[in-house]
Design a protein around this ligand. Structure first.
Ligand code: ZN
Length: 499
């Protein structure tokens, strides 16, 4: 190994230590630090993350990346290190183009905007958030001008979360979906709806914790490389493939919410636990493509978790832990977990109408960045689109435009990832059935491990080394299309609702 590569690896190793502490502090803050201890944690977190940021943008790192990119050094690297050097150099050059004072102002604006959003949401008053949203939009535009000169702003933003993705592709995918989903949902809603009274009962939260544990074990979450915590909003966090943690929230009156959050976060975690361990602590590891990441969590949550046969091997256990379900047949349980309703809140939506929640947000973001619609007109536009797609109108902005935090910290372009994930899932499902046989049969026979193994080998192990387009190309050998997802929806819901 060249001296230079060794020096570079030592440098990355040191950066990894700072990131480890940052991750640990964040986990501790979110899961157990007491209220009075939070401020000290924030101070330590800021200290360690600025150290990691400094190392990631230092001239020393720039010089090493330049030197390693010289043909003589570069050609001697193996494929993994070639990827790491190329990717880091690209990101480094991109970040370096942002003037330091602009970046600092952006970080400050992000915090202020996050606080304002929280206040606005609690008071259901958009005007509190509006000036901050205006600022976040303007600063996002300005920064994209530095990082991606010559690229249309919204395309640059989409590309940040799902590399290689652009609005022309998303326009095509989403309009394919829209065209067929609107009449399908109309038909579903006109059909007889399942009876949900049994699910409105009170479910013990300790029992829900046990259900989560049972489900994580069932789908293949590794206990040796994983831990579980509790937070207001469920999330997954990873140190490396050897330590991946999930959280959940338990409400006595919303048992299905904790069940499906458990499976969803479990899906994210199984992905991270199965990334090639050689990539740990480098940009090759932990998957940074949000659409691909969501495709895995949503595959477990929806394609598997909302399949009737997923529950066959564990339904008795589930009823043992949640005695209220003893009265509910497996068939009624299946119908309720696929109950389609037009609703206001994205995170509570079923898998079909969820698509409209994302299409709406995508169109809003295009209205902001392409059509320059003024911020003060956004709530009305939101409500108009809710009426158009979901036939409901929010009574206030808290259950309308203020419901998600994404825009408050400048995560414009993130929302489409969720639906791209489901679109990929339709394609993965087709491919799995082609190679392994019927998923219904595999699940009914309790062989879910075979599906997990397939996903591990085809997708998870590559971490960030394959871009979304490469994943689709290598795994499915086809161009990305919404047709498989539509086929899945039509087949499934025609049966569930006896259309
Ligand atoms: Zn997710």
């Amino acid at each position: 190994m060249s001296q230079l590569l060794e020096k570079f690896q030592d440098y990355l190793n040191e950066m990894k230590q700072y990131n480890h502490i940052v991750t640990l502090l964040y986990w501790d803050m979110r899961t157990c630090a007491p209220k009075l201890g939070q401020a000290d944690h924030v101070e330590a977190l800021t200290k360690f993350s600025s150290k990691s940021f400094e190392m990631g943008t230092s001239d020393e790192l720039g010089r090493m990346l330049d030197a390693l990119s010289e043909p003589q050094e570069y050609e001697a690297l193996d494929d993994t290190w070639k990827f790491i050097v190329t990717r880091m150099k690209r990101d480094y050059d991109r970040d370096k183009r942002i003037p330091a004072d602009v970046y600092e102002a952006y970080v400050r604006a992000q915090t202020e905007s996050g606080n304002a959003w929280e206040e606005a949401k609690n008071a259901s008053d958009f005007s509190v958030f509006a000036p901050h949203l205006e600022k976040m939009i303007a600063m996002t535009r300005e920064i994209a001008g530095y990082t991606d000169p010559g690229v249309e702003v919204y395309d640059a933003l989409l590309n940040q979360y799902e590399e290689g993705m652009d609005s022309a592709t998303i326009d095509r995918l989403f309009s394919e979906l829209k065209e067929e989903l609107i009449p399908l949902v109309d038909k579903i809603l006109a059909a007889e709806q399942p009876d949900d009274t049994a699910f409105c009962a009170c479910f013990d939260t300790d029992a829900q914790r046990k259900v989560q544990g049972m489900l994580l074990d069932y789908i293949g979450f590794s206990r040796d490389a994983g831990a579980v915590g509790e937070t207001e909003h469920p999330f997954t966090l990873n140190f490396s493939s050897r330590d991946v943690r999930v959280t959940n929230h338990y409400y006595e009156n919303a048992v299905l919410s904790s069940i499906f959050s458990a499976i969803h976060e479990g899906g994210h975690a199984i992905f991270e636990q199965n990334v090639n361990p050689d990539y740990n602590g480098t940009v090759a590891g932990s998957c940074r493509y949000m659409g691909i990441h969501e495709s895995q969590s949503r595959f477990y949550e929806n394609i598997l978790g909302r399949n009737r046969n997923f529950w066959t091997p564990v339904y008795e256990k589930l009823c043992g832990l949640l005695p209220q379900l003893a009265e509910v047949s497996e068939e009624d349980f299946y119908r309720e977990i696929n109950h389609v309703r037009n609703s206001l809140i994205r995170t509570e939506a079923d898998e079909v109408t969820y698509c409209f929640h994302i299409i709406l947000r995508y169109e809003m973001e295009k209205a902001i960045f392409r059509d320059n619609v003024p911020v003060k007109e956004l709530p009305a536009l939101w409500n108009q689109k809710m009426q158009e797609y979901l036939h409901v109108t929010p009574e206030n902005d808290a259950e309308g435009i203020l419901q998600d935090m994404h825009w408050s910290d400048g995560s414009f372009g993130y929302f489409p990832s969720y639906l791209l994930g489901s679109i990929y899932d339709g394609m993965f499902l087709d491919k799995i059935e082609e190679e392994l046989g019927s998923v219904d049969v595999i699940l009914a026979e309790g062989r879910i491990g075979e599906i997990t193994k397939w996903l591990n080998e085809k997708i998870h192990r590559y971490g960030s080394t394959r871009t979304p387009k490469e994943v689709i190309e290598k795994v499915c050998g086809k161009e990305i299309s919404s047709k498989p997802l539509l086929g899945y929806f039509k087949k499934k819901y025609t049966e569930v609702y006896r259309l």
